[in-house]
Each structure stands twice: as structure tokens, then as C-alpha cells.
Design a protein around this ligand. Structure first.
Ligand SMILES: [Zn+2]
Length: 143
């Protein structure tokens, strides 16, 4: 069974903070929050499907989302304990940055920091792809 995609919305960290006195960096908080969100989304879908175990979770991660796979995996192992997600395999799919020119509508993949449009030369690009982070699909084991 496959569900999704669903965007991982960042909940307030205070809702599930394991130890308020412990120091975390901003980056840690970011991944802790999004991992918690992933688990909530997946467990909700698993419950709706009456599944007791999730085998695999497919995640789509944009290059600009600043999500580190290893950190998500670390928090996932910790936070998923005792839920339908426990032991599930995380599969990350990286999405390259794609820009779109607001002027002429051209789309391209930038190299380095130069985001000028290769077609019209203007620097009026917007990020069309590459910021996303969401649960693409979930595989559950039939029991
Ligand atoms: Zn252009």
C-alpha cells in the first residue's frame, strides 16, 4: 500500500522536547522537528490502513532544504521506538535545485552561485524545485 505525498510541517519543538535542558544546535532542532513530523504523518497513515508495521518510508529531500540524512535517521531511530514506524527503512531521494526565470519563464539547473538566467541574462530567478521535504510514499507490511 502506498500513500502520500504529504508535506512535513514543522511542529513546535516544545511539544516533544525530550530534555529542555540539553543543548541542541539550530540544525539539530530542525531535523528533530521534521523527523517528529514524519513519524506523525506515517503513523497516521499506518493507523488508517490498520497496519502495525511500516516497512519503508520514501522521503523527498530538496538540495536547498538543508536536511542531513544521517541526522534524520538518528532521530528517527530514537523517536519511532514503540510506534508502527519502528525499524522502518528510510529511503531518501534528493531533488536538484531547479530555477525558473520570472522574466522569460526559462527553467534550468544552476551551477554554483550564479543564478542569472541563461536565456535572457536577468537575475530574476525563483526556486522552482529544491526546497521541498516531504513524505512521498509509505510501504507497510501486511500482517
Ligand atoms: Zn530569463
Amino acid at each position: 500500500m502506498v500513500a502520500g505525498p504529504e508535506r512535513a510541517v514543522k511542529p513546535s519543538p516544545s511539544l516533544f522536547w525530550p530534555d529542555a535542558n540539553q543543548e541542541y544546535t539550530t540544525q539539530d532542532m530542525h531535523e528533530l522537528a521534521v523527523t517528529q513530523s514524519i513519524i506523525e504523518i506515517v503513523n497516521r497513515h499506518a493507523e488508517q490502513a490498520s497496519a502495525t508495521h511500516v516497512a519503508r518510508i520514501h522521503l523527498v529531500v530538496g538540495e536547498l532544504s538543508s536536511i542531513v540524512d544521517d541526522s534524520v535517521q538518528f532521530y528517527f531511530d530514537y523517536l519511532s521506538e514503540g510506534t508502527a514506524c519502528a525499524g522502518a527503512e528510510l529511503v531518501f531521494r534528493r531533488v536538484q535545485v531547479q530555477l525558473e526565470c520570472r522574466e522569460c519563464g526559462a527553467t534550468w539547473q544552476p551551477e554554483g552561485a550564479d543564478w542569472r538566467c541563461p536565456t535572457c541574462g536577468l537575475a530574476r530567478a525563483r526556486v522552482a524545485e529544491g526546497r521541498e521535504f516531504y513524505v512521498d510514499s509509505i510501504e507497510i507490511e501486511e500482517t
